[in-house]
Design a protein around this ligand. Structure first.
Ligand code: ADP
Ligand code: MG
Length: 271
């Protein structure tokens, strides 16, 4: 619709309305017993962007993703999903845990792809992808299967709908896991080292699918050691070490001109 009036949002003198980022991690601290695993981590995942988290083994990358999904509760700090607190709500100035049901609803807005696929072994590929929309009451069985077929075609597995996970290669299983993560139309998809468990010759097919999601504007938060992939696809790279963000920025900066010796050291080892 064309209009001559200028709305406040379009006026250069008015600030644009604040659109909250897809994910905002704010000063998150996480302890396991006496060990502090996250030491005040903050990072922002903007809508439609790909954020890649790098870091040595044990630096807290998986824990950070699990905090985003509220699979782990942080001892301090918080996470917001599209501006909304994850797992907690403010009540009389204090944070109170949300109900299990509300937490599940939030988790439905976040896709999660694990290192080891975690498919249901007793379900066909099609049912693996259709399961969540049915279980959450979001879609009827037939409708969910229709959506699942479309997603399987998208990850190049339209012809394997009736197979069981054990009949597929690791790369195919991971592509099913990605289709499953998309089934609830999440606002962001988290990947925890999605290609680390794969034989080298199967890595490419999984990265191709993730690249396709990135190109189509899906918001992604990806933990990976695939530096070439990060350089090509990431909008923002975060280097985590010993529970702290050591440096972050555009890939050309962090990967090609790292300012911190620990980042340089890490990149030398993985490249
Ligand atoms: P990364 O994914 O970067 O390898 P993790 O987040 O898995 O690191 O782990 C960070 C640290 O937290 C490690 O020292 C690990 O041993 C410890 N850790 C992770 N999960 C648990 C847990 N459930 N209980 C106790 N310690 C844990
Ligand atoms: Mg990990």
């Amino acid at each position: 619709m064309s209009t001559t009036a200028t709305t406040p949002a379009e006026s250069p003198t008015e600030p644009a309305p604040r659109v909250p980022p897809a994910v905002e991690i704010h000063e998150v601290q996480k302890w396991y017993g006496a060990q502090q695993v996250l030491k005040g981590v903050s990072l922002t995942v903007r809508r439609g962007e790909v954020t890649v988290v790098l870091g040595p083994s044990g630096s807290g990358k998986s824990t950070l993703l699990r905090v985003v999904n509220h699979l782990e509760k942080p001892e301090a700090g918080h996470v917001r999903l599209a501006g909304e607190l994850i797992g907690v709500r403010r009540h009389k100035g204090r944070l109170k845990e949300l109900s299990e049901r509300a937490i599940l609803a939030q988790r439905g807005r976040i896709g999660f792809v694990f290192q080891n696929f975690n498919l249901f072994p007793h379900l066909t590929v099609l049912d693996n992808v259709a399961a969540a929309p049915v279980a959450t009451g979001r879609l009827g069985k037939e409708e969910a299967k229709e959506v699942a077929r479309g997603l399987l075609a998208r990850v190049g597995l339209g012809d394997r709908a009736g197979a069981y996970p054990r009949q597929l290669s690791g790369g195919q299983q991971q592509r099913v896991a990605i289709a499953r993560a998309l089934a609830l139309r999440p606002e962001v998809v988290l990947f925890d080292e999605p290609t680390s468990a794969l034989d080298p010759e199967l890595v490419g097919e999984v990265l191709d699918v993730i690249r396709d999601l990135a190109t189509s504007g899906t918001t992604l938060l990806v933990v990976t050691h695939e530096i070439g992939f990060a350089r090509e696809v990431a909008d923002h790279v975060v280097f985590l070490d010993e529970g702290r963000v050591v440096e972050q920025g555009p890939p050309a900066q962090v990967l090609d001109h790292p300012s911190h010796p620990r980042t340089r050291d890490f990149l030398r080892r993985v490249l």
